[in-house]
Ligand binder design. Structure first.
Ligand code: NAP
Ligand code: GLV
Length: 310
């Protein structure tokens, strides 16, 4: 069995080592532009370049070393539909996402952002606390990561809301589904967490019209994809005070360009796409298990639905 590896960051060697120990029966190759690669059974990729499409079109399955598959699906049918695309299923990302979002929610609820500003100005003054019942958290996307985030928030007693495409039932969570219920969900969410995949249906969902449905002084946490958010519209709403603050991990252009106005806005907290990193060992273990299952003709989890785009 032959496996072709590619990473957009070029750091492929450690992946090669981990695959050699997890799947010693496999022959491993690193993809290099312009080189002729012998036919491979599987490809393990992150954000592959267009030049890799001829190799991708010939494998039995493509493994995406992340949860989001938008960088692969942008190639449309240049990756034949009969080739399964398998995303990571958690692989250690759920806990990281839970940490990141819980931290951001508690930071706003306990007004640490305001206290940071006061401390820099040398101000010692207690601010009125927010009421827990006024701090409903709404999570867009109740998949692998969204449900993990909700579980992590549950012990803090905030009213919890979730929105998904299909109907869900989660203990202690007011669940909404489908486009018709989006407005009701947004109106109920003082903190909005975006945990959606980027698809033709979800791109630009965080635009002025939808953000305006949030209660006045709402908070936004975007840990999904930059293209979910209309960036200039958020900035205007933060400057007007309609949105109190935002924590953003993902951006339309990454790295966020130095001249981007977000850098100058103190109510926007920026992190460099790190809310849930791909953990190499966990990921290699999961992909190796799935390859073995496919080789035995068994079904595997986390196959992307090409029609839905996630
Ligand atoms: P997932 O398990 O596929 O869950 C996706 C959720 O979104 C599901 O609940 C799905 O609804 C819902 N959804 C999809 N399209 C929808 C629509 N049109 N309307 C309403 N709900 C919709 O994905 P995941 O593993 O939780 O990951 C989610 C995303 O997080 C990834 O795609 C990726 O972009 C992002 N991510 C970011 C980072 C980072 O470091 N910033 C790391 C990992 C992942 P159903 O349940 O009804 O299908
Ligand atoms: C990271 O953004 C991922 O989708 O895994």
């Amino acid at each position: 069995m032959r496996i072709l590896l590619h990473r957009a960051d070029g750091k492929t060697e450690p992946w090669l080592k981990d695959f050699s120990s997890c799947l010693p029966e496999a022959e491993l190759a690193i993809w290099h532009a312009g080189e002729k690669n012998p036919p491979c059974d599987y490809a393990v990729v992150w954000s592959p370049p267009e030049a890799m499409l001829p190799e991708l079109a010939q494998v039995k399955a493509i493994f995406n070393t992340g949860a989001g598959v938008d960088a692969l699906l942008r190639y449309g049918d240049a990756i034949p539909r009969e080739i399964p695309i398998v995303r990571l299923g958690d692989a250690g990302m759920g806990l990281q996402m839970a940490e990141y979002v819980t931290h951001a929610v508690l930071r706003y609820f306990r007004r640490f952002d305001d206290y940071e500003r006061q401390a820099r100005a040398g101000v010692w003054a207690a601010l009125p606390p927010y009421r827990r019942e006024d701090f409903a958290v709404g999570v867009l996307g109740l998949g692998t990561l969204g449900t993990r985030v909700i579980e992590a928030l549950a012990p803090f007693g905030f009213p919890l809301h979730g929105w998904s495409r299909t109907e869900k039932r989660l203990d202690g969570v007011q669940c909404y589904h489908g486009a018709n219920s989006l407005d009701t969900f947004l109106r109920a969410s003082r903190v909005l967490v975006c945990m959606l995949p980027l698809t033709p249906e979800t791109g630009n969902l965080l635009d002025r019209s939808n953000l305006a449905k949030l209660p006045a002084g709402a908070y936004l946490i975007n840990v999904a994809r930059g293209a979910h958010l209309a960036e200039p519209e958020l900035l205007a709403m933060i400057r007007s005070g309609q949105i109190a603050a935002a924590t953003l991990d993902v951006f339309r252009n990454e790295p966020l360009p130095a001249q981007h106005p977000f850098w100058q806005e103190p109510r926007i907290t920026i992190t460099p796409h790190v809310s849930a990193l791909t953990l190499r060992r966990e990921s290699v273990q999961q992909i190796a298990d799935k390859i073995r299952r496919l080789e035995r003709g068994q079904p595997v989890a986390d196959i992307v639905d090409r029609n839905l785009g996630y």
